[in-house]
Design a protein around this ligand. Structure first.
Ligand code: CIR
Length: 265
């Protein structure tokens, strides 16, 4: 693992990332048709994403690359990092299960690490943490047994783990993400805002269905530059948005949350 420094200031968070694999052209796809991905451009965009994280106060630590694993860049799916513990998931796609050991080793420097049991599936992209409530998407990747196992593993820390109905997209966080302490950004076609108690909701522009995936880091929202109308909706509410180019990762059905695991230090 190697670590980059933030520009002069002490890091407020660690962002674990993993390089784009040259095999990304063979990535898993569920709801998207295969479109040609340029691995060189994908790598450039990923580097710019890491630089953006650094500019927002993260020290970026790169887990050793796994060139033979097409989806390794989407490190979010391999773990759930909480202040008390890191849970290593069991990804729903068979092709992604070999991604987890290197991530577990990297996380062990920061947290006690626990691993989900072998009879379940769960992707980190299905897990949305809002204060002490953990919402888990009932997606094709995360089984009912996965939801139950997470609930069991986290009950001793006092988390309320709730299953959320969703439809027509890959992960819960494809459909909804937290963009302020009490505000989610969501696509109502894919998930109902009613599922999230005690928080307000902002809808994406319906012409930008994938705009609901946003990554809030140290008070700033990292967001795909392609979704200008939804970005304006956030800015009108006074949110600071940092746009980045993510076209190639989007073709692999990934968004801005998927490419890092943020660890509060
Ligand atoms: C997959 O289907 O697993 C990858 N091609 C994309 C994963 C994106 N991850 C995420 O939304 N958390």
């Amino acid at each position: 693992m190697n670590r980059s420094d933030t520009a002069g200031e002490p890091a407020r968070s660690i962002a674990l990332t993993r390089a784009v694999s040259p095999t990304i052209i063979e990535c898993e796809l569920t709801h998207l048709a295969r479109a040609p991905i340029d691995p060189v451009l994908a790598t450039e965009q990923h580097h710019a994403y890491e630089r953006a994280l650094e500019s927002l106060g993260c020290a970026v630590e790169r887990v050793a690359p796994a060139p033979e694993l097409p989806d390794a860049v989407f490190i979010e799916d391999t773990a759930i990092v909480l202040p008390e513990v890191a849970i290593i998931t069991r990804p729903g796609a068979q092709s992604r299960r070999a991604e987890t050991p290197a991530v577990a080793a990297a996380l062990s420097s920061f947290r006690e690490v626990r691993t989900m049991p072998a009879h379940v599936t769960l992707d980190g992209g299905d897990v949305l943490v809002i204060r002490r409530t953990i919402y888990v998407g009932a997606s094709e990747r995360s089984s009912a047994e996965g939801h139950a196992a997470l609930r069991h593993m986290l009950s001793r820390f006092g988390y309320d783990v709730r299953s959320v109905r969703m439809r027509d997209c890959l992960h819960l966080k494809t459909a909804v993400t937290l963009i302020a302490d009490d505000l989610v950004l969501h696509n109502p076609q894919w998930v109902d805002a009613m599922e999230f108690d005690g928080v307000n909701s902002l809808e994406v522009d319906p012409r930008e269905p994938f705009a609901s995936n946003a990554l809030r880091v140290n008070g700033v929202v990292l967001h795909d530059r392609a979704y200008a109308s939804t970005r304006e909706r956030m800015e009108r509410l006074g949110l600071r948005v940092h746009p980045i180019d993510a076209s190639e990762l989007a073709k692999a059905e990934g968004g801005v949350t998927c490419c890092s695991l943020i660890i509060e230090v």
